[in-house]
Design a protein around this ligand. Structure first.
Ligand SMILES: *Cc1c(COP(=O)(O)O)cnc(C)c1O
Length: 406
């Protein structure tokens, strides 16, 4: 009997809606030019993005992108190994290696692909991969692509990791994998602890510092960067679409690691090189990162102010000192109701539900940016206080509003 695809899709859609997990995209339509303005041109207060340093709308990046396109063309025309590897890519790789204190770096088109490619090239069915429970989906998918089963240790729990490492067959190559800054929680991995543990068990350590790069570290070099060398953290992944405001990603490490990825990482080999204008804009972003440390100072003071005032309001703050500030509300309907109310006030926030986070831990994911003005933060705090007041007034209406929400 043939499969009825229409009813199969309808059944799955129905189940997802019933669980309050239906996801919808909102189309943003800027009223004016975004570049050079702290807002997205439509007077919204954006607390959902990952533009931590406010670089995505910086006119200098747009200029560099246009200049790169004029010089090299809008597209790279081919993959890196054919004829798409341009001098601007090479320059960016050198700059990223220098920023992170590694011998070499290799550009990928996205962070998702960097993680897929790295795990697929390093691992196979005999490899043992150990992952923090809260690792990003791309890390889990990368191990699956490699045909390796991932053993998942409790979040930031070195003793649990050690228990799993001790059980692995001695002859199996081992790779310990963790986010640097956890993307939905904002807390930071214990890099030194992980490095020592990996070393003791003859494992390599891979850190995905997507949300730390540009924000943490003495030079904005992330939670690994120059503070933890290539012996401690042999495999370092960074993404460029977050604090650096552009797009793409890189892996940094030894000469041997980078050459191995060039040979074997299929998501590197079989894809068109990043558009050269994007690489040129990222070089501009790295220049600004070095020249304007005040962006990081501003971000730190916004984080401190948000935490102090949210604590005063009695909001359920998480143990995060990064720009990712989740408010774990628990129930996904409640999260949707808060997000809708905040949207009505022109506040855009992330409404995060399962499967992105475990069931019962649905949350608003608020992110701060150096581009926020004091009155953006005022508006956010007022909006959150209003949501809280509304919940106390009519808890049942909250549940119903959540069900009706998209
Ligand atoms: C965003 C993110 C990625 C994916 O990066 P993209 O460049 O957006 O594909 C990978 N890892 C983590 C931890 C992330 O937060």
């Amino acid at each position: 009997m043939s499969v009825d695809w229409s009813s199969r899709l309808a059944t799955q859609a129905q189940a997802r809606r019933a669980d309050g997990l239906w996801r919808q995209r909102r189309t943003w339509r800027p009223a004016g030019e975004v570049c050079g303005s702290a807002r997205r041109g439509d007077a919204r207060h954006d607390f959902a993005g990952n533009d931590y340093l406010g670089l995505a709308g910086d006119p200098r990046l747009a200029e560099a992108m246009a200049a790169g396109a004029r010089r090299y063309g809008a597209g790279a025309r081919a993959s890196h190994l054919v004829s798409g590897h341009l001098e601007v890519h090479e320059a960016l790789e050198r700059r990223l290696a220098a920023l992170t204190g590694r011998p070499r770096a290799l550009l990928f088109s996205t962070g998702y692909m960097a993680n897929l490619g790295t795990l697929q090239a390093l691992c196979d069915a005999d490899t043992r991969v150990f992952q923090d429970r809260l690792n990003h989906a791309s890390l889990l998918d990368g191990a699956a692509l490699a045909g390796s089963a991932s053993r998942r240790f409790h979040h930031r729990d070195l003793a649990d990791l050690e228990r799993l490492l001790a059980r692995a067959p001695t002859e199996a190559p081992r790779l310990v994998v963790s986010d640097g800054v956890f993307s939905m929680d904002g807390d930071v991995a214990d890099i030194a602890g992980l490095a020592a543990m990996a070393h003791r068990h003859n494992a390599w350590l891979m850190i995905d510092d997507a949300h730390g790069l540009g924000v943490l570290g003495e030079h904005g070099d992330g939670c690994v960067g120059r503070a933890h060398d290539v012996d401690e953290v042999p495999v370092l992944v960074g993404t460029l679409g977050k604090a650096l405001g552009t797009g793409g990603a890189f892996v940094a490490g030894s000469e041997a690691l980078i050459e191995h990825l060039i040979q074997f990482a299929r998501p590197y080999v079989y894809t068109t090189a990043q558009p050269p204008g994007v690489a040129a804009a990222t070089l501009a972003a790295l220049g600004i990162l070095a020249a304007e440390p005040e962006r990081r100072t501003r971000l730190a003071s916004l984080i401190a102010r948000f935490r102090a005032e949210a604590a005063r309001l009695g909001l359920p703050l998480a143990a995060s000192h990064t720009p990712i500030q989740p408010l774990v509300l628990g129930d996904s309907h409640r999260v949707m109701a808060w997000a809708e109310r905040l949207a009505a006030r022109g506040l855009s926030v992330g409404a995060i539900r399962e499967p992105t986070v475990p069931r019962g831990q649905a949350r608003l994911r608020l992110t701060l940016s150096a581009a926020h003005a004091d009155d953006d933060l005022d508006a956010l705090l007022e909006g959150l206080a209003a949501c809280q007041a509304e919940d106390t007034r009519s808890p049942e209406r909250v549940a119903r509003a959540g069900e009706a929400a998209p």
